[in-house]
Design a protein around this ligand. Structure first.
Ligand code: HEM
Length: 543
């Protein structure tokens, strides 16, 4: 026991010593210019602002700092420089117009080196691997290509409508399963697109593995979650040493993550060798590439396909779940959107993505924008890293600064979005369209220009995400009435989780078919009719 305590004490002492040493060395070796840093809260010696970062809903505090110090705030956590941005203009100036400097990602020792997530595009630094991976995305997910996902997304939305109905008939009258059903829908779309794989409804083995590894990613990248991220030498301590369970965790996660990347990819390759591979992202890319790909090229493609699930599932699901919450809280919005759909499409059929092309569903369009604004899925985006010192408005932005955009804060700016806490699609419509703005020039910034990030690292799945959200919203609107649970004395509150991807905490709601006809439409969905990606985009598509 005494020996054990000695080891623990020695480890703790080394940690403190190393933090202080790192801080002194970084101060002594800095060669920066004389310009001042941007303003920010007072720094404590050595730790900087480390203990001022809130764990829960940090974007609220970040907005307060923005109001107090300005839209560009300097913070420090030990020897890490952090630039906090609270305006769209500053985000554009740095991340978009100076993207050559601001497009890398921070290196997170535990997640990147130990768990192997550095191969995932989200964490890849700005390098050739990142460019190759984004090129794959671009070749299949740019606006020109997304129509090939229309039929797949339409069936996914109808399948969601059907599964909600099955839940209601089996006794779920408080919407207990809604979020699970939405997550299953976006997860099944991700593996269908990536690998042409159709998951089974309950406990699908691939979906379970994918979900587990996405959870690992979230935990591995949680700020302040792993001491080894501050004291990188700890990664060399052998796993039998006391307090090094993180070594065993990392080894387990690394193994499972590699498996989830390898297995479905190898399956597609095997299917291709017997001409039995359904259309998929992996198949399309492999068909378009020379057969003599290098192991590195294969590895990039594998991880690119893998990131479709980890980056695309929870995000889209969270946006759809926010829509359910908004409909409970703002019933007039639902009424108006349904009236528009009924008038433009009729109640005789479900909406299709082609209906969006006519430009007549202006209120539904505004509703989708308002969902993105009111409850941004990634309230702080994904952190960028600068790779060179830069002068901005007379301040010094140090090399290797972590740059965080407070997306939530931008959306709560009343000078852009009056009464920002209100859920009000009318803010995106002109008076002639029954909205708030005098003319189209007065329509505020489209939230999609903010919510999907900036510059060379902006979300490569954004066009797919946008159409997935639109068709899910339009489909559910057309056949369901969502409301508070009858006789409940309490409305759900606007209560969100605090992770990189933020979603509403589970709430109760009543989801009921709007009419007998709506019920028929829901029941018409045939679960055995799997819609893969279309081999060729539909005709007459305007992009
Ligand atoms: C509503 C849903 C979604 C939202 C709000 C969202 C938002 C974001 C944001 C904020 C970023 C970081 C951008 C930056 O660093 O400036 C990002 C990156 C990324 N997103 Fe999305 N996303 C969504 C859906 C998707 C989907 C469906 C996919 C895949 C099909 C996807 C794939 C990715 C990937 C791979 C990255 C990393 C890009 C890089 O680091 O270069 N996302 N997303």
């Amino acid at each position: 026991m005494a020996q054990y305590l000695d080891s623990a004490f020695l480890l703790a002492l080394s940690v403190v010593g190393l933090v202080a040493f790192k801080w002194i060395i970084s101060r002594a070796s800095s060669t920066h210019s004389k310009l001042p840093l941007p303003p920010g809260p007072k720094l404590t010696p050595i730790v900087g602002n480390l203990f001022q970062f809130p764990r829960e809903l940090p974007w609220i505090k970040y907005r307060e700092w923005g109001l107090e110090y300005g839209d560009v705030v300097y913070l420090r956590a030990i020897n890490r420089n952090i630039i906090l941005i609270n305006s769209h203009q500053a985000a554009l100036d740095l991340l978009e117009h100076k993207s050559v400097i601001f497009s890398s990602r921070p290196h997170i020792t535990f997640a990147s080196d130990m768990c192997g997530f550095s191969k995932s595009l989200v964490l890849t630094p700005y390098n050739a691997r990142m460019r190759a991976s984004r090129k794959h995305f671009h070749s299949l997910m740019s606006p020109r290509h997304t129509p090939q996902y229309w039929s797949l997304e339409e069936s996914a939305a109808r399948r969601l409508a059907r599964s909600l109905y099955d839940d209601i008939t089996s006794g779920d009258d408080q919407g207990e399963q809604v979020f699970e059903r939405i997550k299953w829908t976006t997860a099944s779309v991700a593996v269908l697109i990536a690998y042409g794989y159709t998951p089974s409804k309950e406990h699908d083995p691939l979906l379970r593995m994918e979900e587990a590894t996405s959870r690992y990613f979230e935990e591995a990248t949680a700020p302040g979650g792993w001491i080894v991220d501050e004291i990188t030498v700890l990664k060399y301590i052998p796993s039998w040493f006391p307090f090094t369970s993180f070594q065993r965790t990392a080894a387990k996660w690394r193994r499972e993550v590699q498996e989830v990347v390898d297995v479905p990819f190898d399956t597609v390759r095997n299917q291709m060798s017997t001409n039995s591979a359904p259309p998929s992202f992996v198949r399309s890319i492999l068909e378009g590439e020379p057969s003599s790909q290098t192991p590195e090229e294969i590895d990039i493609l594998k991880w690119t396909a893998g990131v479709i699930f980890s980056a695309g599932t929870e995000t889209t699901a969270s946006a759809i779940y926010s829509y359910f919450l908004a409909m409970v809280l703002f019933p007039k919005v639902q009424e108006r959107a349904q009236a528009e759909l009924d008038a433009v499409i009729s109640t005789k059929r479900m909406p299709r993505l082609a209906d969006r092309q006519g430009g007549k569903l202006v209120y539904v369009e505004a509703l989708v924008k308002e969902i993105m604004r009111w409850a941004p899925i990634a309230p702080l985006g994904v952190v960028h890293l600068s790779t060179k010192e830069y002068e901005y408005r007379g301040w010094r932005i140090p090399d290797e600064s972590m740059v965080v955009v407070n997306v939530w804060g931008i959306f709560r700016d009343p000078s852009i979005y009056p009464l920002p806490d209100e859920f009000r699609p009318e803010r995106f419509l002109t008076k002639a369209q029954g909205g708030d703005c005098e003319s189209t020039e007065d329509i505020p910034l489209d939230p999609r220009e903010v919510v999907f990030g900036y510059g060379r690292r902006n979300c490569p799945g954004q066009h797919l995400a946008d159409l997935a959200l639109w068709i899910a919203v339009a489909t559910i609107l057309s056949v369901y009435h969502i409301s508070a649970v009858p006789d409940s004395d309490k409305m759900p509150s606007v209560d969100y989780t605090s992770g990189v991807v933020s979603h509403p905490k589970p709430f109760k709601c009543a989801v009921l078919p709007r009419s007998e006809k709506a019920k028929q439409l829901i029941l018409e969905f045939d679960d055995s009719a799997v819609a893969y990606m279309a081999e060729t985009p539909p005709f007459d598509v305007k992009v």
